[in-house]
Structures are given as C-alpha cells and as structure tokens.
Design a protein around this ligand. Sequence first.
Ligand code: SAM
Length: 294
Amino acid sequence: MSTSPIKITEPTQEQNKWHNKLVLGDCLEVLGRMPESSVDLIVTSPPYADSRKNTYGGIHPDNYVKWFLPIGAELKRALKDDGSFILNIKEKAVAGERHTYVIELILELKKQGWLWTEEYIWHKKNCAPGKWPNRFRDAWERCLHFTKQKNFKMYQDSVMVPTGDWAKTRLKKLGNNDKVRFNSQVGSGFGKNIANWIGREKAYPSNVLHLATECGNKNHSAAFPKELPAWFIKLFTEEGDTVLDPFAGSGTSCIAAYELGRSFIGIEIKDEYYQQAITEIEELKAPPAQQKLI
Ligand SMILES: C[S@@+](CC[C@H](N)C(=O)[O-])C[C@H]1O[C@@H](n2cnc3c(N)ncnc32)[C@H](O)[C@@H]1O
C-alpha cells in the first residue's frame, strides 16, 4: 500500500480575504471583486420590489428583472459549478393582481444559463393577520433553487426528519395492498410499498418548509428565521464550504453558516444593518464568558 503524504493546501491570500467576511457596499460592485467559482451556496432574500420603501429602499416591480439580472450574472460567476443558489422571493400584488416579475425573473435567469432546478415553499406558520376582498392572508414565499448544472452537491440525509406519530398509527394496521408495491389506482405510474416504512425512524422531508417568521428582537423588518438559511446550508454544503448572502441584512445567513462551521461572505448596503450583523457575529466569536446572555 502506498503511503503518500497528506497534502495540505494553505489558503491563498485572496481566499483568506473572502473568509468569514461581512462587506459594506452594493453587492453588484462587491461581487465583481470576488474570485470566480469560489462559493458553494448562495442563500439570499433581496429587497422585495417597492414594498418596504420606508426601510431599505425598493425597486419598482416593473424594473425588478432589469435591476436583478446583472447581479444574477455576478452570482453565477462567483458560484462553483456544483453549487446552488437559493432565492427567497414573493411577488407582491399590484392593482388587485399578482405582479409577474418573479415569473419573468425565472425566465430571464434561465436565459442567463441558470437551471431552475426546484422551488421550495416557505410556509410562514405565523403569517401576518389581515383580510382583503379578493384574497386570503399570504402565508408562503418561494425559495427558488437555481444551479449551474444538473449534478450539484446535495446532502439529503442531513435534513431528514423523524417519521413521527403518523407513521406509527399508519403502520399498526397494514392492509394487503400495503405489503406489496401497490401501483396508483389513477394510473399515474407511481407506486408505493407502505411496509417499507416499518422500523424507520427518519424520513426525507418534502419541499415545503413550515417555519415561523422571525419575531425576536431583530432590528430588521425582513429578517429570516435562522432555521431557513440553516436548512439550505445543511442540504447543499459541508463543513468548511463557503456560503454567500449578497443581501445580508442583519446577517442571519452568515450567522447560520458560522454556527454550522461554514465560511461566510455577507454583503449589505445599509450601514445600520451591516453594523448589526457585525455585532452579532463578533458576539458569536467571543469566548462564552463575554457573550451576551439571551
Ligand atoms: C430582505 S432584506 C434581507 C434580510 C436578511 N435575510 C436578514 O435576515 O436580515 C434585503 C437587504 O438587502 C439590502 N440591500 C438592498 N440593496 C442592496 C444592494 N444593492 N447590495 C447589498 N445589499 C442591498 C437591504 O438593505 C436589506 O437589508
């Protein structure tokens, strides 16, 4: 057996420059300075067209695609070929109907060379109350999953969920159809063997994430719940990989990445949010005795 020495590659100065960094600035300009193919996952929530004009500016829905596309091109350049890009977004209603800028953005990003691989739904368990004459409370947002190629890194086992009580109840009384592969009666071609579930403690989740919105003491009006970026970080990266949030806000994705042992890069244009993110990250890095008691 050959005993070739383990090769340890020291990070280059350029790589160190982009390791665990929060950058204050316009992401389009900052992304342009980032090395090509250097990021494993981009997880972000850009400003939601117009809707939060009073807090951090907004882009008119009609101009949204044109505004986003150059950023999309830079993200594609910075992402590794086997990486993923998660875009949390939801179209607003304008003049009584849903605007189509998100649908148009998907089509344009595909033309830019992105594959629209999947759409995850964030079900907001505690959505804001309200009543409108033509629609109900808005309880979900899209988390669009784009990749550069069909084969990308995905660690499905890392997000498995306990099978829970439903499985125990369902598996107690198995009918004949449950013990063999039972083909769908509607002729869809799908089949299942329920008995395969016996003894399984964990199952793969669906593409719907049931999470409450952030209601803690964050001074940002659109902060992620930390579980949202954390779920995608676990699914699409390994320890040591690099996570980028080009619209970092209060730094939630960066904090989740840091806590999960990934390197992070966050870009934020507003000094107030940037300072908030810096403070939170510094607190995390501090030895336990110096950390704020929550
Ligand atoms: C929806 S918020 C993101 C909130 C974030 N996910 C969090 O958990 O706090 C979008 C953020 O993008 C920032 N932003 C807007 N335009 C930007 C730009 N061109 N470059 C960088 N950041 C920008 C806004 O100031 C805002 O904080």
